[in-house]
Design a protein. Structure first.
Lengths: 334, 667
């Protein structure tokens, strides 16, 4: 009984004010009106407290709005608009993306559009292919898409690492894929071949685009010759976080091996250690998780940023116990 | 307005006493010259009154005189009062019962800076446990604001004063105006201070020790009926260009907006007495920067803000002439946010939250049951329960704090406090009082959520820990006091064991945020710590014109591994001899402190040398055209000693010889 009288109401009351009411009813039944009144009061105080806070929060939010005379009008119009308008049209799937290239794939009656979240840069580029029926303009959601990036330099040409769409079915009308351009267009001309097999009309063909690839201000990809054999070349690209926040971020790196000028398969053999650092401040961040290989050369881990600004991810790569590279880093700013 | 000589009653665990039985409390410590406004209303004994030996004194100077208080000094402005050696998180600091949370992550703005001596009516100190102020283990200080006065002699009254202090080339101007009607009384006051860099003992000028501030407010009383009075307070404070020599940053602007409305019943009749209902709100803004510092690797701004809303209801139930029950219910909601932005040319600004946006909701219920058992003994039983809910209010705050790998959901705690006080009066010469208490306290927002807060004292960055459990303390306190002939004495001893003691623990794996910091410490619960100490006082009063007051205080603290706790002051003794000669008074003071060599090396604490300093003060009161005036003058640190107290940060010496003169005119 003592337990009920002391611990239970106290513990419950904080999170569930209603328990105070219930408990007081229980006490009334036990004909203990003084205690009953006490707990009713406590519950009431708690309710008032919550209510006050809500009101104050509301007032504060409104106050910020009301500071500007237009704020009141804006507030009212928002209420009016949200209650009246109803958008029935399907949103344009390419909203928020930049179109890198577009053109027809000859003989397929299909218009090919290449989108990305940013203009093409040296490094791991996530691309989104949108196919449209050239007659109706409607998106083609069922197609096999193959990428063929090619760099034409004066005396030679080479390809680059890429990821074809994993499925023939578009996601939200887009075929997600990637190309890791390993050098900028200043060295030659990047051509992106998009070979499609339109499974809706059964036609196949290829569209070819010239892509202007620029070096980003902070390099997003680097290559190194393995210290283990001094010959194998690896490419390491930064994929995520694309929108870093102050907090815990999902870190994703991609690693490719150069087998030939045309072949850059994904690599899953390395282990990666990442040490974030603010170069201007000389400090790091706590509780990072080193990325480990998940699939197709993608290594996933966690990177923590304690403030905005310029961050440097110092990388150390190992093959087994042998350090294959420890001199590179990736900078990012937000 | 009557100037009275009043005695202090320190060392009491509770501020309130059985009605009408307060007169037998034996005054122990200090002679105070106070102005008591509206004395007739002041039936409830105010514990402490204010020290105006130096009219140019700041509130901090006054608080530093009180034997239970120590001041942590980071600059000549904004000293942080702490009770005994409990930290500010362990004790409460309120203004007129209102919770005011500083907006500075470095504790540069304790609430005491918003009260100037002229709007301070009294200081209430509780050292037992906090019935009045919340769940605290060290005690609480409540700075009562001066009120408007119902004055029989005239509708308008007031005072102006002007003063100068040589050590900091400082000016201090005040003005006060009181209107008294039949039912309405309004008082408004303003004080302005401007100080340059001060000259420390021996002649060295301390850079970045300047400050300027303006404090102004209005308070009104309205008699609704013979029993009930309504009161409104508005208190504003603006500080600018405040230097903090012991810290790497200064304050460009600091502002406080404090408002309160209350209703109270002071009829002193009926079963329910001294009922008070109050609601209040305050907003503090604080802008810290290092714009004026030289050789800074990277400039940064650190603004902070705090907003508190709250209210309380208190009353006294008189059960019979020997038994009473004091009740108080209070709630408050405090929002805190502070951030830091650093600028490096050619880069995007580096921004982070140093106090991720957080809100503290507190609800408390307290009761003090007092019973006079017989003519010699009184028993008091106090209890208080508090519900705390601390929450991170934005996703940004949660995201950022989650980096520390601790949960970021609500921190809900239920805190319990209980104390038992027994006092026994053997005779006029000996009165004994004992208190036994158990109390708990909520971890502060800095301790829970602080994000790489640089502590200039030990040079470490501090990070919060949302898994902290509340500290709890067992405390015993005994006080013996009495009066014999021309002597009055008081002796208080206390010992407390604080379980789950919260302290920063070095985390070798973490990298510092602040350039040049020694490392990162995370607030953690130590098994326990012990804090003990004693305060003694002696008053000798051979006649009405001569007083000698002597106070001594001593503290001791150690953690579970018997290491010294940091910030424990050594023995300090203050003597004050005052002689009244007609309209003049002469006062000689001597401050003695022993060396503190028992320091905490992990906190990089430095030892402090013993010192002895003397002050000489002169006062003259006169009349001029039917009005009174007063001249205060004197020399502080007469022999220009280079000294510092142990709780002073940064090894910076205190002001050297300071000649001051203050002229006050009352009408």
């Amino acid at each position: 009984m003592l337990l009920i009288y002391s611990i239970l109401p106290a513990a419950l009351l904080h999170n569930f004010p209603c328990s105070g009411v219930i408990f007081s009813l229980f006490l009334i039944k036990q004909s203990d009106s003084y205690l009953s009144a006490t707990f009713l009061c406590l519950a009431a105080i708690r309710y008032i407290c919550c209510l006050t806070q809500q009101i104050l929060n509301l007032l504060y939010t409104m106050k910020r709005f009301m500071k500007h005379p237009l704020g009141i009008i804006a507030l009212l119009s928002v209420v009016l608009i949200t209650s009246c308008s109803k958008d029935s049209a399907e949103p344009d799937p390419s909203m928020g993306y930049i179109q890198l290239a577009s053109g027809f794939a000859a003989g397929t009656s299909t218009h090919v559009e290449v989108y990305a979240t940013d203009s093409a840069f040296t490094g791991y580029n996530k691309l989104y292919i949108l196919l449209k029926d050239s007659v109706t303009g409607k998106p083609v959601d069922n197609a096999a898409v193959l990428l063929n990036p090619m760099m034409a330099m004066m005396s030679m040409s080479h390809s680059s690492p890429k990821e074809n769409p994993v499925s023939n079915i578009a996601v939200n009308h887009f075929f997600p894929c990637s190309v890791s351009f390993i050098m900028p267009s200043t060295a030659g001309t990047w051509t992106l071949g998009v070979q499609i097999q339109n499974l809706e009309n059964g036609k196949s063909g290829t569209a070819s685009f010239t892509i202007n690839v620029k070096d980003p201000f902070y390099a997003k990809m680097f290559s190194f010759k393995s210290l283990a054999d001094n010959s194998t070349t690896y490419f390491v690209g930064y994929a995520e976080p694309s929108k870093p926040i102050v907090g815990i971020n999902d870190l994703e790196l991609v690693i490719y091996k150069k087998e030939s000028m045309m072949l850059f398969p994904a690599d899953s053999s390395l282990s990666v250690m990442v040490t974030p650092e603010m170069p201007t401040m000389n400090h790091g961040s706590p509780n990072n998780v080193d990325p480990v290989h998940v699939i197709n050369g993608h290594y996933k881990g966690k990177v923590n940023f304690t403030m905005t600004g310029l961050w440097r991810l110092n990388l150390k790569l190992k093959s087994g116990t042998t350090v294959v590279d420890s001199t590179h880093y990736i900078d990012l700013t937000f | 307005m009557a100037a009275l000589v009043h005695l202090l009653v320190p060392g009491h665990a509770q501020a309130k006493h059985i009605t009408g039985k307060t007169t037998d409390s034996i005054p122990v410590v200090q002679l105070e010259e106070v102005k008591v406004y509206g004395l007739a209303k002041n039936t409830n004994q105010q514990l402490l009154h204010y020290y105006t030996a130096n009219q140019a004194a700041t509130t901090e100077d006054i608080l530093a005189r009180l034997p239970e208080l120590n001041m942590i000094r980071r600059s000549s402005y904004g000293m942080e009062p702490v009770i005994r050696t409990y930290s500010s998180g362990q004790s409460g600091l309120l203004i007129d019962g209102m919770r005011i949370h500083g907006a500075c992550t470095d504790k540069m703005d304790p609430a005491s800076i918003y009260v100037e001596p002229q709007n301070l009516q009294s200081v209430q100190i509780q050292t037992g446990h906090g019935f009045q102020s919340g769940s605290v283990i060290g005690g609480s200080v409540d700075l009562k604001l001066a009120e408007a006065v119902f004055n029989d002699s005239g509708k308008w009254s007031g005072s102006v004063s002007s003063g100068y202090q040589s050590a900091a080339n400082a000016w201090y101007e005040t003005g006060k105006l009181n209107y008294s009607g039949n039912r309405l009384a309004v008082m408004t006051n303003i004080s302005w201070r401007k100080a340059g860099n001060y000259r420390s003992g021996g002649g060295a000028v301390i850079p970045y020790s300047q400050y300027g501030k303006l404090n102004y407010g209005v308070t009104a009383l309205y008699k609704l009926n013979p029993n009930w009075t309504a009161k409104a307070d508005l208190l504003l404070d603006d500080g600018w260009n405040i230097g903090y020599p012991a810290l790497p940053m200064d304050v460009g602007y600091a502002g406080a907006r404090i408002a309160a409305l209350s209703l109270r019943n002071e009829s002193g009749r009926g079963r329910w007495q001294q009922t008070e209902l109050k609601i209040y709100a305050n907003a503090i803004r604080h802008f810290m920067d290092d714009a004026h510092r030289l050789n800074v690797p990277m400039h940064m701004d650190m603004p902070g803000e705090s907003r508190t809303y709250g209210g309380y209801a208190s009353s006294r139930l008189v059960i019979n002439s020997n038994t009473q029950l004091d009740l108080k219910a209070d709630l408050s909601s405090t929002f805190l946010k502070a951030s830091m932005t650093m600028y490096q040319q050619g880069q995007s600004p580096m921004y982070m939250l140093t106090w991720p946006d957080n809100n503290t909701l507190q609800t408390g219920l307290g009761a003090v049951f007092s019973k006079r058992i017989n003519s010699a003994s009184v028993l008091m039983l106090s209890a208080r329960a508090d519900l705390f809910s601390k929450v991170l209010t934005t996703q940004t705050a949660k995201d950022q704090l989650s980096v520390l790998n601790k949960p970021v959901n609500n921190v809900n705690r239920f805190l319990k406090n209980i104390s038992l006080e027994y006092s026994y009066r053997f005779n006029d010469r000996v009165k004994l009082k004992t208190v036994l208490s158990y109390s708990e306290r909520m971890p502060t927002s800095s301790e829970l959520y602080g994000f790489y807060l640089f502590n200039a004292f030990d040079g470490y960055d501090y990070i919060g820990n949302t898994l902290l459990i509340p500290e709890n303390a067992w405390k015993a306190e005994a006080n013996i006091s009495g009066k014999s002939g021309i002597f009055q004495y008081g002796l208080t001893g206390y010992v407390s064991r604080i379980n789950n003691y919260i302290m920063g623990i070095y985390q070798p794996g973490l990298s510092t945020m602040t350039i040049g910091a020694n490392g990162v410490k995370q607030h953690s619960n130590l098994p326990y710590a012990m804090i003990a100490g004693a305060e003694a006082s002696l008053i000798v009063q051979p006649d009405h014109a001569l007083w000698l007051i002597n106070t001594t205080r001593y503290s001791y603290g150690e953690d579970h591994a018997h290491n010294a706790l940091p910030m424990i002051p050594p023995v300090k003794n203050t003597s004050s001899l005052r002689k009244m000669i007609g309209p003049c008074a002469v006062q000689a003071e001597l401050e003695l402190a022993t060396a503190q060599n028992r320091v905490n090396s992990k906190a990089m604490e430095r030892t402090t040398a013993a010192y002895a300093i003397a002050h000489l003060r002169l006062m003259y009161s006169g009349a001029l055209a039917g009005n009174s005036f007063r001249i205060d003058g004197g020399v502080e640190n007469l022999f220009d000693q280079a000294y510092r107290e142990h709780l002073d940060w940064g090894g910076i010496h205190r002001p050297g010889r300071n000649i001051y003169l203050q002229f006050t005119f009352q009408f």
